[in-house]
Design a binder for this molecule. Sequence first.
Ligand code: 5GP
Length: 347
Amino acid sequence: MRIEHELKLGFKDVLFRPKRSTLKSRSQVDLTREFTFKHSGRQWKGVPIIAANMDSVATFEMAKALAAHDVMTAVHKHYTVEEWQEFVEGSDAEVLKHVMVSSGTSEADFEKMSAILSFSDELMFICIDIANGYSEHLVEFVTQVREAFPDKVITAGNVVTGDMVEELILAGADIVKVGIGPGSVCTTRVKTGVGYPQLSAIIECADAAHGLGGRIIGDGGCSCAGDVSKAFGGGADFVMLGGMLAGHDESGGEIVEVDGNKFMRFYGMSSQSAMDKHAGGVAGYRAAEGKTVLLPFRGSVNYTIQDILGGVRSTCTYVGAAQLKELTKRTTFIRVQEQENNVFGKE
Ligand code: 5GP
């Protein structure tokens, strides 16, 4: 047994130190980033925020709504090939450029993903996602997908340490998804005791990825726009959001009325709800590692995404970053033991 004594940090443990700036207004801040990906060589320009591949978040409707804000959606993997075909045929290149095709790591997943990708070359992103990215199986699958699709941008995860980021990038991933346990409907830390505070995971994994010309997605744990900024400040190239984009018209969750008030059901992809829906129940050898919650229904996602982008722009003006790309260079985090003042309740 070993103990690592260095304290690891979450978003709640830091704030940005403000810095002198020549920026007059947040309208001067450019939130788009331009990447040329390591293996595929594909170029992409847009706002590097991604709706998480959860079936009560990342629907086709969400993809259309967020593409209008230049934001991405990792469409969940439970649509049929026929539904994908209809979506691809009915969407222009601008929407498809903002879409990731999610996949598990079975042979059936590979066949399905291949069929979906054949519908359009504009579908350039693959998101290979398993809860425990430390499995050797993920590395083998990434190698297989890289050989089959040399010109697609491959995202793989989830992991939280630099060694595994490097291994996935060397196996063919352009982008590694980082996060184990921080999610809003995730119970992995409770069920297994496994996890890594998300800000430290981002800082350490970004360093490992950037050293090899790879990129990372900070996935999970953002509860407000300030957390999104902190993820970018820590070095995340992309930030993935589940809970913050759930509960909207476009999220596709079931609407429930309680005492005349509208709520939307939101659940983790390893929750009892998800497994009942997609796998005929929780298999006898495993425990659910996600929960189901009711969120107040929030209407269209347009206002929410504008609010998030406005918050990140404002962070950039506080630290003097004219472009999102500069945010991490302009970031000094101070460690704190307080965040917002909740005397009148939470925002
Ligand atoms: P959020 O933005 O809601 O904090 O986190 C979203 C992320 O939580 C997802 O992208 C995914 O990585 C993770 N996640 C989603 N469902 C589950 C689940 O059932 N269990 C666990 N452990 N993580 C989940």
